[in-house]
Design a protein around this ligand. Sequence first.
Ligand code: ZN
Ligand code: ZN
Ligand code: FE
Length: 753
Amino acid sequence: MSVKAYSVKLNGIVQGVGFRPHVYRLAVEYNLKGWVINSSAGVILEVEGEEEDLHEFLRRLQNEPPPRAVIRSCEMREIPVHGFTGFTIRPSDDAGKTTAMISPDIAVCQECKKETDDPNDRRYRYPFTNCTNCGPRFTIIKGLPYDRAMTTMAKFTMCPDCQAEFDDPGNRRFHAQPNACPVCGPRITLVDSHGVPVNREVRDLLKSGYIVAVKGLGGFHLAVNALDAEAVMRLRQRKRRDAKPFAVMVRDLATAHQHCIISAGEEELLTSPAAPIVILQRREDSPLPAEAIHPGLKTLGVMLPYTPLHYLLFDDELRVLIMTSANISDEPLITVNEEALDKLGAVADFFLLHNRDIYNPCDDSVVQLTKGRTIHFMRRARGYVPEGIPLGRPVLPVLALGGEMKNTFCITRGNDAFLSQHWGDLNHYQNYVNFLQGIERFKASLEVEPEALAHDLHPDYQTTRWAKEQKDIRRVEVQHHHAHMASVMAENDLQGEVLGLICDGSGWGTDGTVWGGEILRGDFLRFERVAHLRTLPLPGGDLAARRPYRMALVYLLLALGEPGLEWADRLLPDLKPGEKELMLQRLRSGSEPLTSSCGRLFDAVAAVLGICGINRYEGQAAVELEACADPGEKGSYGFALEKQGDRWVMDVMPMWSELIADIKSALRPESMAMKFHLTLVRMFEATLLKLRDETGLNRVVLSGGVFHNQILLDNMLERLTNRGFMVYHHQKVPPGDGGLSLGQAVIASEVGG
Ligand code: ZN
Ligand code: ZN
Ligand code: FE
């Protein structure tokens, strides 16, 4: 038997997830001596003991991390034996280069939930109960190393009971930084819209149809009884939210099953530590008022309560609540009590406040399980941010600014890309201010000074303007769809040339036109536009995106000539005669910008089918067209492929006369909507086959906001795979502009590296 000693350094998500107590317990189990420390460089430990024990300890250390920990690297080396007499957890050391990461927020664990349900427990119904396996992290952390002093819990001093738990290595709350109880921790208060405390049960208020603003983990929600159609409509009016679907929070999984069809994979997502909003197929017999909650859609966004506070909102008679982010139209998420009372006074009847500050605002994440059972991000935020996306190799430290709407930024460090939570439309001043503040906070907590700044080509994006004002840093301009392509390449760790099918709303092209239905050939450093949708006038620029009937008029006119105008009159009730004349004048004079947007094509078809003529929220026409499509339909329409110079032009003009013939013969819109989807699928497939012949490239990546459409995604994946292509899609970031910054960052780091 021989005594040996090792020094070990662990990196990844190893702070705020009970790592040190885990190490402690493991060391004690094997009778090892030494110490462990949380440093900004990760978790560092020295252990010594019998060789066999030591090996077993090191094996289990790497293979059996605590539930929420992610070990990215583990360096160990043998060192001389020191002769320690016990195993200790040393206080944090904040020297050293940061390679540690902040953990995302973690939904309340089963053990904590049990305690808050137990009338005999000292944490019975305590809204801020947490432990090393669960609770707030990112939203309350100001910096590393992760200690209470660096969180918004710093102002609460633990009572002797909590302190004893915190100090006991055998306790589940050993070094649980946000540890709290009713004696010493944060508290809730219920007030009316004037800020006057009211002595009532919040559940009773909700049952009476009142709208309650609830301060949660990453911001305020507006809550209302989802079964009360009138109350839901009142919330819509007050929030000035016409048609955009609301998400619901259900009391438990059983309730979720009553309203939605849920697969095992979806159940896993719902109950995962991230506890996101999961888009589910709603049951037809669900009594929820569909028209008030999710007009025009068959899917419903559902989440489970993810803090003990949320459980207080439910009981046996109140099982489903609308839970929608508390902001007014495009303004930022509200996180501060006073601001909530000030801004939501006319929206909410009551306010459930608390005195634990939210440092990093963070919306709920929205995900969907694809047919292929992969996770698809609509919005990547709470529960996932700020976990790094592994890149498979070290990259230059870069700040990438993303786009403009539904934006994220991205900072790279070492082998990882750190994407921010989503920020609203940056044209709104306060969103822009928060976005810039978010960048500073990420830079500080990651301890990174970026060496390059990546941004979009669009001259009018706020992010482009800001980038151009920065001095002393190298700027890299990245074409929008090249960034989308690089984003999906980066998360799949692809090197070398690929074909990128990018279906998007709009992005600034290198030729000054608005791109959006593109096939690019390239790698991180360069790209070539090898195919695109036929270019058409974009009537009224941005106005076209808000009014799908405008794009419909353009397609009908160009596809059918003068008879197309008569069809426009019949099929587009939102098109007013005066507006039509003006549009025609401008179209004839050739003064409109040109576009190859795929998103606008969805708009046009949705308008012609009478599904959606005016977008009351971004992407509404496309979302409703997808919802309408009958998956049983197998037909499709004609299209044309034409080689112009060195590019293929993909033209759907032949589709329109066939579509009109279907309308004449009164085919169901559900069938036509599906035939349209399949037309695109067949056209893209045909084009990619030609491009594979020409280039020899067999790897295809799919990206762009239109790939939020699951019919398009599933069918493209299936058909291309059947044709022998290697096909890659997004599983870690959204395909839309929420994932743009990742692609920009990797491109900029390649350019610089
Ligand atoms: Zn817990
Ligand atoms: Zn306490
Ligand atoms: Fe885009």
